[in-house]
Design a binder for this molecule. Structure first.
Ligand SMILES: NC(=O)C1=CN([C@@H]2O[C@H](COP(=O)(O)OP(=O)(O)OC[C@H]3O[C@@H](n4cnc5c(N)ncnc54)[C@H](OP(=O)(O)O)[C@@H]3O)[C@@H](O)[C@H]2O)[C@H](O)CC1
Ligand SMILES: [K+]
Length: 573
């Protein structure tokens, strides 16, 4: 987007100045929020002393992210701040003003100094204080200059140009920055993205990255702020758009707001809201079984408002299921003909939660999925269903390999097929190591869709959703969403089963608009329900009986929160 802007004839150094000036304004506001208001009420004298002594320590690298940093230092100094630039990776001569002027004069008339160099020169000409951060070996406590205590620490070491693990002096600088901000309880603000975090993937090389309280994100949200480690390092994100941007250029769309649900028609009955068939909850001979997976899934199907549900699970669990969900009808998972008849009647089939992984379970999976395809039903495939799909894909000799996967692909062209792996399951589906998937989740979800067809969720922090849009002309177009809500309390057993239930439950309700039944809406609703259980904000209009907190949140707590969020987003008419 930046390059397109420059190609239209806009000045790149002008943009850098604009970026830095706007960031300086935000920094002043953030300072006020953190220090002045709190101290003004606690101690008037402290308030006054600090109000005239704002101090910022700005850590700059040698690229344009560092250029932003030099200019921020310049603008804050202009505004009366005491500033110190910590220059990382700079040789002494890089900072020698006379020497730099000499070089600048030698530069060919047609050549221009880089933006970062110009920024540095502006700051040095304004006599901004600076200090080189030198390689100290392993003893960071001896580093000079960084002990200068500031109210705000700014990370302008690396932005989107980071392409390898920070080593040596850079690694030391990041670790020293984190230490000094944490021990001073000072505000850590990252320019564009916390240094060490990869903008396109959210990966942290070698576990070292700036731990920011706030990230001032320039031009467009970086994908890496929202998936993998991104949320753990970036703190709250403030957008500084700078230039008009086109979302059609984005790798993904960040979603945080659910599509409104229409109210139900008075003149309706249970058949108006669909019949979901849940197939799972098996008990393999000699094992304790996995009835809970199907039970949790079934409960959330009904919490989203589906009209009817049948659960095909092992008979051993029928009693437990009916105790928790008397609304359900049941059938034995192994009653092949009975289940196939029900597939005909169902509006959506969801399969895999606790289905089991042995050969018998695989045979059930193949036969039920094929029946659903023959009957042209929307399908949700989760957990052990994904396991079988991966086994078929990997197996060289299985007679159903090409058949089932090809049929599924074909089916997904005209009917909704939703597949919902976490990283481990995606790794197996792609026959890759889990860290390969984790390190580039965006690529992984695209590869899943290319291999198997259908719509996908790649679960985890910042769940990704890929939806295939069937186009008027031949073919389809994939669109990717990043779920910007949800919390770590949801990292517990059974949450995935709940999600598969939400997906099936919404798909079944044909009275809802397509936008309210699509996969990213289900993922969002599930995450918002998780947040409603831990978040005490106005948005959720509590009902404090709903609050649980992250630690101890269980999948079985979700249905009540799902209903609460559905109420919040339903149009009243
Ligand atoms: N007008 C503008 O130019 C604007 C720029 N903005 C800001 O610019 C950054 C992106 O700047 P860029 O220079 O492309 O990249 P970085 O500053 O992030 O990184 C600079 C170089 O650092 C090297 N590098 C990468 N990884 C490492 C590492 N682990 N250790 C050491 N060095 C590393 C790499 O160069 P090499 O030649 O050494 O490979 C990088 O190129 C953007 O994020 C904004 O903050 C604003 O958008 C305003 C307009
Ligand atoms: K940065």
């Amino acid at each position: 987007m930046e390059q397109a802007w420059f190609a239209e004839g806009h000045d790149s150094f002008g943009l850098m100045k604009q970026a830095a000036w706007q960031m300086a304004q935000h920094i002043e506001q953030l300072y006020e929020q953190k220090y002045l208001k709190a101290r003004a009420s606690a101690d008037h004298k402290v308030y006054r002393r600090n109000a005239c002594q704002q101090r910022a320590s700005i850590w700059v690298g040698k690229g344009n992210n560092g250029g932003d940093g030099w200019l921020i230092a310049y603008y804050l100094q202009q505004a009366g701040w005491e500033v110190k630039v910590i220059a990382v990776g700079y040789a002494a001569e890089d900072l020698d003003t006379d020497y730099q002027v000499e070089i600048a004069n030698k530069v060919d008339k047609h050549d221009v100094l880089s933006d970062a160099k110009q920024a540095q020169q502006i700051a040095l000409s304004a006599k901004v204080n600076y200090q080189r951060f030198e390689d100290s070996g392993t003893n960071q406590s001896e580093l000079k200059g960084i002990n200068w205590q500031a109210d705000i620490y700014i990370d302008a070491l690396f932005g989107i140009g980071l392409d390898r693990a920070p080593e040596g002096v850079y690694e030391q600088a990041i670790s020293a920055f984190n230490k000094v901000t944490q021990s001073n309880d000072a505000l850590a603000i990252a320019v564009d993205i916390p240094s060490g975090l990869v903008a396109s993937t959210g990966q942290v090389f070698e576990r070292i990255a700036i731990q920011a309280d706030v990230t001032l994100c320039l031009i467009a949200r970086k994908f890496g702020l929202h998936t993998k480690d991104g949320m753990d390092y970036s703190g709250s994100v403030i957008d500084i758009p700078l230039i008009p941007t086109q979302s059609s250029n984005s790798a993904a769309t960040l979603v945080t707001v659910a599509h409104a649900l229409n109210a139900r028609r008075q003149n309706s009955y249970k058949g108006s809201y669909g019949h979901v068939l849940v197939i799972g909850g098996n008990r393999i001979d000699g094992s304790q079984g996995m009835g809970g997976a199907a039970i949790l899934s079934a409960n959330s199907v009904m919490a989203t408002g589906a009209g009817k549900i049948t659960v095909a699970c092992h008979d051993a669990f029928h009693g437990a299921l009916l105790t928790s969900l008397p609304d359900a009808m049941t059938i034995d998972l192994h009653d092949k003909e009975g289940v196939k008849t029900l597939i005909k009647d169902a509006s959506v089939v969801t399969i895999g939660m606790g289905l089991g992984r042995d050969k018998k379970a695989q045979a059930l999976f193949i036969s039920y999925v094929q029946a659903a395809i023959t009957e042209k039903k929307p399908l949700v495939i989760d957990a052990d269903g994904l396991y079988h799909l991966a086994s078929l894909q990997m197996s060289r000799e299985h007679p159903h390999k090409h058949e089932l996967i090809a049929q599924l692909r074909q089916h997904s062209m005209d009917h909704q097929v939703c597949l919902t792996p976490h990283s481990g399951e995606a790794a197996r589906l792609l026959d890759k190591k889990i860290n390969i998937v984790e390190d580039d989740r965006l690529t992984a979800i695209k590869q899943c869709a290319n291999t198997y067809g259908g719509d996908w969720v790649l679960k985890g922090a910042g769940s990704l959703v890929l939806e295939q849009r069937i186009l008027e002309q031949k073919g389809s177009q994939a669109h990717i969403y990043v779920c910007g809500v949800g919390n770590a309390g949801m990292a517990t057993a059974g949450m995935g089963d709940v999600l598969s239930g939400v997906i099936a439950g919404l798909l079944a309700q044909k009275d809802l608009e397509d936008e309210a039944r699509c996969l990213h809406q289900s993922v969002l609703l599930h995450a918002l329900a998780g947040d409603a259980l831990v978040n005490d904000t106005d948005y959720y209009q509590h009902n404090s009986s709903l609050l649980i907190g992250q630690r101890g949140l269980q999948a079985q707590d979700m249905p009540v929160a799902i209903r609460h969020v559905m109420q919040l987003i339903t149009n009243k008419n």
